[in-house]
Write a protein that binds this ligand. Structure first.
Ligand SMILES: [Fe+2]
Ligand SMILES: [Fe+2]
Length: 198
């Protein structure tokens, strides 16, 4: 490959009225005018590139999943007993609180997008990806929780891939939740492997 001849640096002047001095970006006057249109839409401006209705629908499914996970973890927390019970109990409670926090972030984002969080308990388990499994003993509870986390991991990854860069805020929220679901799954996989080796 031949090297390009060195060209002297050219001092480029930012386009007049440019927002950031970078060519290709909207100029200040247009940016200001656009912001004044549809102010009832709050944080959602004309440059929002995703299909909002679909994103809200996906977020509501994730919200249902998180609440089913909160309930399952709380059930496991109260029912855990036996030798390892106390240590695993703490884990169940921590996960329940973290799933609640995930639900909180998702519900907030739904409202920001102009949607409504669906918290109807009558249809919760049907709308959730993960299942509400009580588990017959401590090990069974951990196994069911690991399965639920693996379901959540796959569904969050699919959502992130679907949204891509069309809604970077939602994508970032889902990415941080996914990272925590992976931690949850990893903790339970370690626990189960420890039991299997014994
Ligand atoms: Fe979660
Ligand atoms: Fe989780």
């Amino acid at each position: 490959m031949s090297k390009k001849p060195a060209t002297p640096p050219v001092k480029t002047q930012p386009p007049k009225g440019s927002a950031s001095g970078t060519a290709g970006l909207t100029n200040v006057a247009t940016l200001r005018a656009n912001a004044r249109k549809n102010i009832d839409k709050g944080a959602i401006t004309g440059t929002y590139a995703a299909d909002k209705a679909t994103v809200i629908k996906l977020l509501n499914e994730a919200l249902a999943t998180e609440y089913v996970c909160v309930l399952r973890y709380m059930r496991h927390y109260f029912m855990a007993s036996g030798m390892l019970g106390d240590a695993v109990k703490a884990e169940f409670l921590e996960h329940a609180q973290q799933e609640q926090q995930h639900a909180h972030s998702i519900a907030e984002r739904i409202v920001q997008l102009g949607g409504e969080p669906d918290l109807n308990p009558d249809t919760l388990t049907k709308r959730a990806h993960a299942e509400y499994k009580e588990g017959k003993d401590l090990r069974d509870m951990v196994k069911e929780d690991l399965i639920a986390e693996r379901i959540a991991i796959d569904s969050y990854r699919e959502m992130i891939n679907y949204i891509g860069d069309r809604d970077t805020t939602t994508k970032r929220i889902l990415e941080s939740i996914l990272a925590q679901e992976e931690e949850h799954a990893d903790e339970f996989a370690d626990l189960l492997n420890g039991w299997i080796r014994k």
